[in-house]
Write a protein that binds this ligand. Structure first.
Ligand code: CA
Ligand code: CA
Ligand code: CA
Length: 330
């Protein structure tokens, strides 16, 4: 096992680590360890696998605007810390890698089997792809693209972030504070949340678990075969649902939301706290006009407007004193 560590201090240096040549003889000699991946945890090798690794690369750069290119073949673990400054980091590995941009406006490109990138503060551009992949933007206005089979946690942090995630399974995407644009696509999407700010969220998949707008006026578009729980949060939200089975949660203080539906959609109305009698459906009035079902509550400003597809008719079924089901009339 090789442990290679490099440090460089001056700004604008270019450092290249090539695991496939130079020290690469050791790497290819250890290539039979590639299949021993069961002991990995999310962020690094467990001890047993660490001993089976063909190499561990650790590169810690200090301040300055660094350009770092790192390529490693075989079952390697690479940790690249670009340090402060506006860094350009390109990492391509067959094993695992973790890249940190640190302060400054960084451009990070990362591919590998198990990869995670952190932009740190500054306006970072992060592109990650891998079998298991995750990313965090940190503070600043970040552009984040993540692709992979299993996408873990992707977070924009504070700032106005543009986040695009595409994978078979997507665990969670968080916009954080700021006005974020989030696009998530996958067969199974666990959770997408915009955080505070006026967020635009688009989630497309076969199964979509939870989508939360958070504070602010959000535009949420969800399409899927099986859709779980959607909540716009506070602010006047626009929610477009294309698919069956969604549960839209609407709470006291949530403002004036407009929800357009194409299939069976359940609405659950919550008061200010558990068990109170604020905003029950006994205080609600339902009016239907021009394909718009309006639900308002006596003595309160909150209002729900539910739109039928193409301005058509809707059917309404009360299912409890806090829930009702709406679907397009057939
Ligand atoms: Ca940064
Ligand atoms: Ca946000
Ligand atoms: Ca909201």
């Amino acid at each position: 096992m090789h442990i290679q560590s490099s440090q460089f201090a001056a700004s604008s240096q270019v450092l290249q680590l090539f695991g496939s040549n130079g020290s690469g003889k050791a790497l290819s000699a250890s290539a039979s360890y590639t299949s021993q991946t069961s002991g990995w945890n999310h962020f690094g090798p467990g001890r047993a696998v660490r001993e089976a690794l063909s190499a561990i690369f650790e590169l810690v750069a200090t301040d300055g605007n660094d350009a770092i290119t790192h390529v490693a073949t075989g079952n390697t673990y690479s940790r690249i810390d670009a340090g402060d400054g506006d860094d350009t980091v390109s990492v391509s590995v067959e094993g695992s890698a973790r890249v940190s941009g640190g302060d400054g406006d960084d451009a990070i490109s990362l591919t590998g089997a198990r990869v995670r990138a952190s932009g740190g503060s500054g306006d970072d551009a992060i592109s990650v792809s891998g079998y298991r992949a995750s990313a965090s933007g940190g503070s600043g206005n970040d552009a984040i693209a993540v692709a992979g089979e299993h996408i873990g946690r992707v977070s924009g942090g504070s700032g106005d972030d543009a986040i695009g995630v595409a994978g078979r399974r997507v665990r969670s995407v968080h916009g954080g504070s700021g006005n974020d644009v989030i696009t998530a696509a996958g067969q199974i999407i666990g959770r997408v949340s915009g955080g505070s700010g006026n967020d635009t969220i688009t989630a497309t998949g076969s199964r979509i678990g939870r989508v939360y707008g958070g504070d602010g006026d959000d535009t949420i578009t969800v399409s899927g075969d099986r859709i779980g729980r959607i909540s716009g949060g506070t602010g006047d939200d626009l929610i477009n649902i294309d698919g069956d089975g969604a549960l839209v949660a609407f709470r006291a203080g949530d403002g004036q939301d407009t929800v357009s539906i194409t299939g069976r959609t359940e609405f659950a109305i919550f008061g200010e706290r558990w068990g109170d009698d604020v905003m029950t459906l006994e205080d609600a009035s339902f009016t239907f006009e021009n394909g718009m079902l309006t639900v308002s509550f006596e003595g309160r400003d909150e209002k729900l407007t539910i739109l039928a597809p193409g301005g058509g008719d809707l059917t309404l079924e009360m299912t409890s004193d806090r829930t009702f089901v709406v679907k397009p009339a057939t």
